[in-house]
Write a protein that binds this ligand. Structure first.
Ligand SMILES: [Zn+2]
Length: 251
């Protein structure tokens, strides 16, 4: 049964129990990482996912707390003898910078490097990212400080839908992206430019008429404030869950 494992839940400043926000979709035939921080050999081991199964990587936006693990991911795959291609999806803005970053590491000169295919997504709503027998994944631009995408994942066998806001202010694109979803994972970093509070995430969940709201990318450790679940519940009647690292949702 396909599942989503939340690999990190913190905003940009993590603590011991909360890594930066990223997640992995585990299907029968594909294992899809959504953003990449820390070292995925260690992180996926903790999540019980085989590092070698990674088939695809979706990058939501080019902020360090979402993509800083990519160079090490690629280097580790290479050192462990990977031969099969890795597909990387993201906006032009994101992938241009990722290629530049890898250029600084001189990756063109790493001998016998495995194929990496970059799929540049147009900045349009509900663009198909990846479609296969188990899932259909689409992306829409959201409202962050730099170009960023949220995701809608349809699990075909069970007819279930998961949406992920990514880093964003409250915006109509997320309401459309999450419309009628069984689960909306929405950021709750706070009511700053380019971000949303837990209460605002609740507003979006209500307007999108989702089944359940999972809060993510929230302040942790010494920066934790208030009770995000209660704040979201003032705006949304359905179940609200504070995502925790290594939580798994089956679809
Ligand atoms: Zn960001």
């Amino acid at each position: 049964m396909p599942k989503l494992i939340i690999l990190g839940t913190s905003n940009a400043i993590p603590d011991e129990a909360h890594e930066n926000t990223h997640m992995v979709l585990v299907g029968e035939t594909r294992t899809i990482l959504v953003d990449c921080v820390s070292n995925q050999i260690l992180r996926l081991q903790k999540a019980g996912v085989d590092f070698h199964d990674l088939s695809d990587l979706i990058l939501t936006h080019f902020h360090p707390d979402h993509v800083s693990g990519v160079p090490q991911l690629l280097m580790n795959m290479w050192l462990m003898g990977r031969r099969r291609p890795l597909n990387i999806y993201g906006l032009h803005y994101t992938l241009d910078r990722m290629e530049d970053l890898m250029g600084f590491y001189g990756w063109a000169d790493w001998p016998d490097f495995f194929p990496v295919a970059f799929y540049r997504l147009p900045a349009q709503e509900m663009v198909t990212v990846l479609e296969f027998d188990e899932m259909s994944i689409s992306a829409s631009p959201v409202q962050h400080m730099i170009p960023a995408i949220g995701l809608r994942i349809e699990f075909k066998q069970k007819d279930k839908v998961l949406a992920y806001s990514c880093d964003t202010e409250p915006c109509a694109q997320v309401i459309r992206l999450a419309a009628g979803a069984d689960v909306l994972i929405h950021e709750a970093a706070g009511a700053f430019t380019g971000h949303s509070s837990a209460a605002q995430a609740g507003d979006i969940a209500r307007q999108a008429e989702v089944g359940a709201l999972y809060l993510i990318h929230y302040p942790t450790g010494p920066f934790a404030v208030g009770d995000p679940v209660r704040e979201a519940q003032t705006r949304f009647d359905g179940p609200v869950v504070l995502s925790e690292d290594l939580m798994a949702l089956e679809f």
